[in-house]
Design a binder for this molecule. Sequence first.
Ligand code: MG
Length: 408
Amino acid sequence: MKRRDFVKSVGLCGLQAFVANPLSLLAAEEGGSTAEESGSAAAKLREHVVDHAELLEVNFRWPRFVGKNGRIGDHGQHKKCTVLKLRTHQGAMGWGLSHRNAKEELEEVKGKTLTQLIAPGRGISAGVPKTYDFALHDLMGVVLQKPVYQLLGAQGPKASPVYSGMIYLDELNAGDSKKSIDPVLANCQWDIDYGYRQLKVKIGRSGRWYPHDEGLQKDIEVVKAIHELVAPQGTQLLVDANDVYSLKDTQDFLRGIGDVPLVWVEEPFVENIKEGRLLRKWMNENGFKNTYYADGERQPNHSVCMTLAEENNLDVYLPDINGYGFSAWLELMPKLRSMNTLASPHAWGDRLKTHYIAHLAAGLGNVVTVEGVTCLSDDIDYGNYPIREGRLHVSEAPGFGMTLLTKS
Ligand SMILES: [Mg+2]
């Protein structure tokens, strides 16, 4: 197909005829006997040859200054990320979060057909760099005129619970020598007004920023005060200690907050079999049976986490949607599901990642909640992913449905 014919066909009929049954695309690609339209869709992917690959730096910002967590210092507000833009010789364009190191690989994909690089539901082919994962999924969706979640099978809900991951140790931000927790509470209210009904509160003040016991008490005070503010507004809490607690700190913290309900406790300490087992048991016996233990975000020890998950000691697994990889998640999710372990890929830093996870959740299910990263950008149109009553709705636009506004 010629470039102008592709553009014309999308404009006129949206290619719906090719994708009546998204899962059958894979069967078609594998040579199965499927409906005519599926074979046609697979043929479309085969016809598209990547002829342009380009890395771009884009700017975005968080809506407010983001301060310290338990482990590291101020995060700031104005950020940049690297995205990869791909085009085919027929004129289809896809893009996605990438990495500046992808520069060395740009030439490798040129001249390849989409079927050599990616398949619906299966993800990027062996040997294709992870830095191409999002852009290729977006491009595949654009070519087939389907949102990515439908190419994954549309097995999950179109709207998932979403939490704000932006409640930091905000009393420590510059300009407040009294360390009042008012800024923390104000930020919670901002996020509720934005639409969130789950807030993840950073704890771990005992590690670096306060004397140990004072920091632990402050964590308890902050979480209790937030609960009082947000519970009447139908908002749930999660906590994240960024690995700075000990097992005993975690128990003391939970004892301290008493009957404040938590969705999960994230990364209380560096994951390990012995303490993971002890924590789950202690929580079960001390009023936190319904609180999940979530881990595996920072430099995850995959084998430890999978062992804990298999034993039903780890409830939610968190590897980053970019660091671990979108296609790697496609493979991981059925394993987690078979072990009765929930997922919530880490997204912090970038709203693109939040929206990629919305597709994973709507495509495969088993995502207990999505990490929301509120961002604004003059370089990116983040598409149609409204948050209503605490739920993030996935975009129905082709690919990931987001638009790059910067010119290359
Ligand atoms: Mg975390």
